[in-house]
Design a protein around this ligand. Structure first.
Ligand code: BGP
Length: 473
């Protein structure tokens, strides 16, 4: 067993963190355009407008909107086989509730997709990545409202019809499982819970609407373009019991329920015992309409896309917590962490691959992985990011073990932010993931010029050897 010969090596981005051009081509405001940075700062009330004079990271981001040709040429130079990006819902439907799409928005993605195909790079598209239309939150109460299923369905139909034959890989909602795992799933679902509502019920109703919307998208994709593959996208937080105390095994198992709640439904087409047990544990209730069960059953995904950055520890006595992408967890004394407290654990990736493959037996796609780090530009302009190479090499080695030793079916690997972009968690620029440096600081100053880092040539070699040569020379 080796990596597939058609293994999808690439990189991943999201519109709101990468594109900028936040009002260009008729784009409407997304939830991300009205707050100043990072999921960590989401407040208890909805951020509802742009305030003059304030700095908003998504407005310019790193300007892929105007620089897509230059950026795609850099990806092609590294030998990318695929490129994961998201379509900004608000470029296609500025409010979200229109019947007819905005042609200028579609045209922008025509250009991006054609540019990728020119170099033989497969587009891998996330339909919704943390940037839903603000209007749907302000005027419709977001995914609490069943009408959003229709709006999303219409949006998906437009995309599948337009990019049929060009886009072979789709994903519905980015890290959809954070909707249950977070106190305020604003980026994921446009939700900030209100004091006057039953939070458990809202959680389950919102999740149900997202799951039905995702399943309808899968059905529609299969109907419009039978050759395309469409997957889910979950954040996979590998979770170790803190000790061998049997009670810790139960805690670690239970905490994973909010992740499997989504993947179980999206893969198996029904609420499993894990889901119903979770519903009962929070004493939540939700409404299912006639026909929903059939939609869930018919709209099962073709592959599992997931992000993996770090692992966590859970148990009865966990008291010390550390950071992580979106979902925090207990500290592990065997691991070191990044400057942002994310615990570096390549074996955790091998475990993630095994856990998901054992459970679902579907092809897996690692659509995000990486290490946010501060890069220093040397006096000669070079950027020696050995720490990034070390992190990625160790994780690719873990992927190889999962494929070669454990016989997991892995389709591809798209590390996060191949060109530096804005952090979703903090809104910072200094938290960098790229093989390409972008000259911009946390306040928005900089020329936006692109510079190759040391890791650029390293990743190029990894791709050229299909993951065989991971050495850093
Ligand atoms: C994931 C998100 C991405 C991305 C990544 C890195 O959870 O899907 O959008 O941002 O985390 O996180 P951060 O940007 O906070 O470093």
């Amino acid at each position: 067993m080796k990596f597939r010969t058609d293994f999808l090596w690439g990189g991943a981005t999201a519109a709101n963190q990468f594109e900028g051009g936040y009002l260009e081509g008729g784009k409407g405001l997304s939830i991300d355009d009205v707050y100043k940075g990072g999921s960590a700062t989401v407040q208890r009330v909805i951020h509802d407008k742009v305030i003059d004079g304030e700095y908003y990271p998504s407005h310019v981001a790193v300007d892929f909107y105007h620089r897509y040709k230059e950026d795609i040429a850099l990806l092609a130079e590294m030998g990318f086989k695929c490129f994961r990006f998201s379509i900004a819902w608000t470029r296609i439907f500025p409010r979200g509730d229109e019947k007819k799409p905005n042609e200028a928005g579609l045209k922008f993605y025509d250009n991006v997709i054609d540019e990728l195909l020119k170099y033989g790079i497969e587009p891998v598209v996330t339909i919704s990545h943390y940037e839903m239309p603000l209007t749907l939150v302000k005027e419709y109460d977001s995914w609490r409202n069943r009408k959003l299923i229709d709006f999303f369905h219409n949006y998906c139909k437009v995309l599948f019809n337009r990019y049929k034959g060009k886009v072979k890989y789709w994903m519905t909602f980015n890290e959809v499982n954070c909707t249950l795992g977070l106190v305020r799933p604003y980026l994921q679902a446009g939700i900030i819970y209100r004091d006057d509502e039953n939070v458990a019920d809202v959680k389950l109703q919102v999740s149900h609407h997202l799951l039905v919307a995702s399943a309808l998208a899968v059905k529609e994709c299969h109907k419009i373009d039978p050759d395309a593959k469409i997957g889910c996208m979950i954040l996979y937080p590998t979770t170790y019991p803190e000790t061998c105390d049997p009670a810790d095994q139960i805690v670690a198992r239970d905490v994973m329920a909010t992740t499997y709640y989504y993947s179980d439904v999206m893969v198996r087409g029904r609420y499993t015992n894990v889901c119903t047990a979770y519903q009962q544990s929070i004493n939540g209730h939700f409404t299912m309409e006639t026909g929903d069960e059939a939609i869930l059953k018919e709209g099962v995904v073709d592959y599992i896309g997931f992000s993996y950055y770090c692992s966590r520890v859970e148990g009865v006595h966990v008291t010390e917590y550390t950071g992580g992408n979106m979902l925090r967890g207990g500290k592990n004394p065997h691991l070191v962490a990044t400057e942002w407290g994310w615990q570096i654990d390549p074996i955790g990736l091998r475990m993630a691959l095994n856990n998901l493959y054992d459970r679902y037996q579907l092809p897996l796609f690692i659509v995000e992985n990486g290490m946010g780090a501060v890069d220093n530009v040397e006096s000669d302009g070079s950027i020696i990011d050995d720490y990034r190479i070390e992190y990625l090499a160790a994780h690719i080695k873990a992927m190889k073990d999962a494929v070669e030793i454990d016989h997991v079916d892995l389709m591809g690997y798209t590390p996060w932010g191949p060109i530096d972009l804005v952090s979703a968690g903090t809104g910072e620029m200094k938290k960098r993931y790229g093989f390409v440096y972008v000259d911009k600081d946390d306040l928005g100053n900089g020329t936006l010029a692109r510079t190759k880092k040391k890791s650029f040539d390293w990743y190029k070699k990894v791709i050229a050897t299909n993951g065989e040569d991971l050495s850093n020379i």
